[in-house]
Design a protein around this ligand. Sequence first.
Ligand code: PMP
Length: 361
Amino acid sequence: SDDRVFNFAAGPATLPETVLRKAESELFNWRGSGMSVMEMSHRGKDFTSIIQKAESDLRSLLDIPSDYAVLFLQGGATTQFAAIPLNLCKPDDTVDYVVTGSWSDKAFKEAQKYCKPKVIWSGKSEKYTKIPAFEDLEQSPNAKYMHICANETIHGVEFKNYPNPKSLLVADMSSNFCSKPVDISKFGIIYAGAQKNVGPSGVTIVIIRKDLIGGAQEITPVMLDYKIHHENSSLYNTPPCYGIYMCGLVFEDLLAQGGLREVEKKNKKKAEILYEAINQSNGFYRCPVEPSVRSLMNVPFTLEKAELEGEFVKEAAKEKMVQLKGHRSVGGMRASIYNAMPLAGVEKLVAFMKEFQGRHA
Ligand code: PMP
């Protein structure tokens, strides 16, 4: 509506207007319960129905097989950087990390505290603009798992298909979770912070094959032990109730849109027109990422005349397109165009880019 901006932030990020309106209408008194979801007991029947519906809708959306558990946790994806090695490894176990950007690098560094991770591929020397060819990956003989970041939020590189390691595939899907269908059965664990595609910050979703639960190291804090959370249906302690409710509303919305095949089509269309605008700018705009692995979610770009970048961001903001500045570590611009960014937002950005170029080329 009129007073809302197009928010291109990387996360927390824009949410569907329908979801926000629905939450607004239910904020004060949730469905005749006489209270807000924020005020409910997490063990009462109302919240039980909310978390169960959120899980079952997510299972429908992603077609999650019954031998996988869904956990609603806290601590962000960053906490999973530690929880994964703590739950899957002994301190001397080797694990493989594919480092395609800042986030997989952070995951690797945290794992060093709890096991023996090895970087089997790094895109650092090419400024994180590539995804490796899977046949080039030299897996460690006894690795417990291979960790990837399915979409690097800062660098804008995205796996378009997935390696098939001898061990287990573990993926950080924080920034492309529910943006397209995924064959869950290819993974041991998928984890994601909610605050990009599916809700507010404060909820972390873990999808884990059930036979991987139960082997945590002795020192694992209860809050990081998947077994504790699984046995207690994510209610061992007080969960992020309101955030889970919001995620549930987003899942309903994604199902109402026709599910993730439809959502993927929309996301492809949005990304296509934005990359097209960059490609057709005669070098005025540049995207450093190798074309075949460009992210559908986070589109980093720079200006040939770098001195104009500040002006670009400022003028775009005046036209109600905000948060276009690139991450502080890479500079330039970044447009995050998650599920909830409407096509109209991307069209407006593309029109602005052309107009800006016209004035400055
Ligand atoms: N992984 C990826 C791919 C991310 O984009 C982020 C957050 N930007 C994180 C991990 C860290 O997530 P959190 O802030 O939820 O801990």
